[in-house]
Design a protein around this ligand. Structure first.
Ligand code: HEC
Length: 131
């Protein structure tokens, strides 16, 4: 097999991989919460929040939980930070993998995908207005 022949065979495969990779990157940016904020979802989210998040973020999402005082930066006050209108994808990324260089660790190993969406539904109820 000559070099030209190899390029002809491999070229299209590489091009296809690049297109597919691009599609995947695009899809990842558009991750949407698949779970509507139903009363059931919010109830589950509330339980998860109380167990895993309130210790830092505070029962009312103000960033004033018992552990918050020791942290730099302080945990986010959800009433302020989430009001900036972060996308579902961004929130899911933070809750899954944490916020770099802060005390916020990821919960991908602790909570299932669905549980992370439930708790995201719940923390959005701290917003003063709909996003
Ligand atoms: C050990 C303390 C701690 C725990 C537990 C914790 N967080 Fe955080 N969280 C932080 C800190 C610190 C930040 C960073 C604040 C900042 O970005 O300035 C943060 C940031 C965030 C952000 C980004 C907010 C923004 O707009 O910047 C989200 C969303 C979030 N936390 C959700 C959660 C959820 C949901 C849970 C529970 C599953 C949780 N956190 C548990 C400390 C914690």
């Amino acid at each position: 097999m000559t070099a030209t022949r190899i390029v002809r065979v491999v070229g299209p495969a590489v091009a296809a991989a690049m297109v597919l990779g691009g599609l995947q990157a695009g899809a990842a940016q558009e991750v949407r919460n698949p779970i509507p904020p139903s009363p059931d979802s919010l109830a589950i989210g509330r339980t998860i929040y109380a167990e895993h998040c309130a210790v830092c973020h505070g029962v009312n999402g103000r960033g004033d939980g018992p552990l918050a005082r020791t942290m730099v930066p302080r945990p986010a006050d959800f009433r302020v930070h989430l009001a900036e209108g972060h996308s579902d994808a961004q929130l899911f990324e933070w809750v899954s993998n944490g916020v770099p260089d802060t005390g916020m660790t990821g919960f991908a190993d602790v909570l299932s995908d669905e549980e992370r969406w439930h708790v995201i539904n719940y923390i959005l109820t701290f917003l003063p207005v709909e996003r």
